[in-house]
Design a protein around this ligand. Structure first.
Ligand SMILES: Cc1ncc(COP(=O)(O)O)c(C=O)c1O
Length: 388
């Protein structure tokens, strides 16, 4: 069967990998070697590899798989999601350039922009990208990148990928979309007009809390070349062991997402009924303010949700200390259900005023719903909420 015509569920198992030609091993081996011996000076790089910082066969197998799933032309994998984001910025930007960024983004992306890239003469406008007009109005003559995250961490604010991509392409500015929360199973930014889609593969692609990693997929060769050049210079490449684990995680990505999303929907419905809960946000709920946009650009709702517990920071803290099955942890997207208090954890570095303006309120509790029984997950939330 041609890889191009195969269904997503077939490609997530097979794309990029064929049985080892020497041994028949069904899994691409972990090529744990720094160095690749060359045929001759004249045939240097005949086998495609020289030194593992520049490329590795196990990592290449994962890159090929993600390229297929995201429907791009090529992918580069990184040591972490943040290495992916920083290589997009260092690969594409120069001193004096300006970037338009979503006002709600992963805390590390905000930190990278305001505390690192700003020191190298790059300026940023954080705007509410849920209204594409705000993006249009924020563009300056020196804008060289538009970076959005949708759904955004942690408020799940959505950006209309097609609308922002149209604005970006009209000005010849690349639009990069952090697609971590929905994965290419539910949302494919390149098909909606974006130029770059990137991930913390740490999350749903791995899915088992085993590795940290990142990926960037492009549909333009020059952009990919610039980002790979940055990766090689910065030395932020993924290790073969991480690529191996991520290749295995990818195989069950859609199945996990379907089950985890179904759990998230049940949890969201339950939370809506509890008297200690002020507000629940889950893209699959009819009450979700941007439900129409989700339905337009995504084929599923994901496993991430949040709620506002009554009583602010104190209630939030007590709740998390009382939960037993939900683990208090910063990660997301794994088969284990995790709970995060964004204000004290992932977004601790963000100034309070900016945080509140972005909707990251004191009582915001973020849930990453795992694969456990929905009944058990709800029972645990009930006992913790009842105790407040
Ligand atoms: C949406 C999003 N993008 C990027 C990152 C950074 O990824 P990593 O932790 O793998 O560096 C995270 C981490 O939580 C995230 O949630």
């Amino acid at each position: 069967m041609s890889e191009k015509t195969a269904d997503f569920k077939t490609r997530e198992v097979h794309a990029g990998v064929s049985p080892d030609p020497v041994t028949g091993a069904i899994l691409t081996p972990i090529y744990q070697s720094t160095t690749y011996v060359q045929e001759s000076v004249d045939e240097y790089l005949a086998k495609g590899y020289s030194y593992s910082r520049s490329g590795n066969p196990t990592v290449a197998a994962l890159e090929n798989r993600i390229t297929s799933l995201e429907n791009g032309i090529d992918t580069a994998c990184f040591s972490t999601g943040m290495a992916a984001t920083s290589s997009i910025m260092t690969g594409l930007l120069n001193a004096g350039d300006h970037v338009v960024l979503s006002d709600v983004v992963y805390g590390g992306t905000h930190r990278l922009s305001t505390k690192v890239m700003s020191r190298f003469g790059v300026t940023f406008s954080f705007v509410d990208t849920s209204n594409p007009d705000n993006v249009r109005n924020a563009i300056k003559d020196n804008t060289r990148l538009i970076l959005t995250e949708t759904p955004a961490n942690p408020t799940l604010k959505m950006t209309d990928i097609a609308a922002v991509s149209e604005i970006a392409s009209g000005r010849d500015i690349p639009h990069a979309v952090d697609n971590t929360f929905l994965t290419p199973f539910y949302q494919r930014p390149l098909e909606l007009g974006a130029d770059i889609t990137f991930h913390s593969t740490t999350k749903f692609m791995d899915g088992h809390n085993i590795t940290v990693g990142g990926s960037v997929t492009c549909r333009d060769e020059k952009m990919m070349e610039d980002i790979k050049f940055a990766r090689n210079c910065l030395g932020s490449n993924m290790s073969p062991m991480v690529a191996f684990y991520t290749l295995q995680g990818c195989k069950t990505m859609s199945t996990r997402l379907e089950a985890q999303s179904a759990n998230a929907m049940k949890v969201a419905h339950y939370l809506e009924t509890h008297s200690m809960v002020d507000r629940v946000a889950y893209p699959g709920l009819d009450s979700f303010t941007q439900k129409d946009l989700v339905d337009k650009q995504s084929s599923g709702y994901g496993s991430m949700l949040w709620f506002e517990v009554k009583g602010g920071v104190e209630s939030g803290k007590k709740l998390m200390n009382t939960l037993e099955l939900w683990s208090l942890a910063e990660n997301l997207g794994s088969v284990e259900s995790l709970v995060t208090h964004s204000v004290t954890m992932t977004h601790a570095d963000m100034p309070r005023e900016e945080r509140m303006a972005a909707g990251i309120t004191d009582g915001l509790v973020r849930l990453s719903t795992g694969l456990e029984s929905a009944d058990d997950l709800i029972a645990d939330l009930k006992q913790a909420l009842d105790s407040l």
